[in-house]
Ligand binder design. Structure first.
Ligand SMILES: [Zn+2]
Length: 213
């Protein structure tokens, strides 16, 4: 109960049946790390609004910017995403989805329904210019498959890489992370890495919340 109350203080409404002790720990750590960057749980709640966190046994993760019930936004998080090795990769998955929600809060209702980016992502695209995002999933995936909003993934991965530098270190062992810049025609970029423009932009967004909230 205490755990759920603590999560609610950060703006996270917990649902989806029983969360194991390990899952509660993963979520609490993710919330703590992002809340600290926002300048505290109240600021986090202010930036994200209320978010329903729905644990599900099947499927991956997803941020629903338009949800038909209060609190009107939802993060779906599959068991497989929560349980990864090393354990903190589950935390990375959660902050990735919360970054989508943060951007969705800066979009109008029509954009939310259509899955279009909000102000945060649109301004990021202008700010970072041609610097690639930190990871294959954030920037390289568009070379392989069409995803609805590549810039949205670039933003979510930038927030994840900013909060979890160990995520970038972990990814260096994956061949796809080393290879995609070449395929994307950017052989000079050392990847995976959070580039200076992406880092500065994420930092600025967190600082904005700390000053406004
Ligand atoms: Zn995503």
């Amino acid at each position: 109960m205490l755990w759920a109350q603590h999560m609610r203080a950060c703006g996270l409404w917990i649902a989806g049946g029983h969360w194991s002790a390990q899952e509660r720990r993963i979520l609490a750590r993710a919330a703590e790390r992002i809340a600290q960057a926002f300048g505290g749980p109240e600021n986090m709640r202010w930036a994200l609004g209320g978010v329903l966190l729905l644990r599900r046994t099947r499927g991956g993760g997803g941020a629903m910017a338009f949800w038909p019930r209060p609190p009107w936004m939802c993060v779906l998080i599959g068991e497989a995403l929560l349980h990864q090795q090393p354990e903190w990769l589950g935390e990375v998955a959660i902050v990735h989805e919360l970054a989508h929600i943060w951007d969705a809060r800066t979009a109008n209702l029509l954009c939310r329904i259509l899955g279009r980016p909000g102000r945060i992502v649109r301004e990021m695209v202008r700010f970072v210019q041609d610097e690639p995002g930190p990871t294959w999933y954030g920037s390289g995936i568009r070379e392989v498959v069409r995803i609805p909003c590549p810039a949205c993934e670039e933003w979510a991965e930038s927030v994840a890489a900013y909060l979890y530098p160990e995520y970038i270190v972990h990814l260096t062992s994956r061949p796809q992370e080393r290879e995609w810049p070449l395929r994307a025609g950017k052989p000079d970029h050392l990847r995976p890495a959070l580039g200076p423009r992406h880092r500065a932009y994420v930092e600025r967004c967190f600082a904005e919340i700390r000053h406004i909230a």
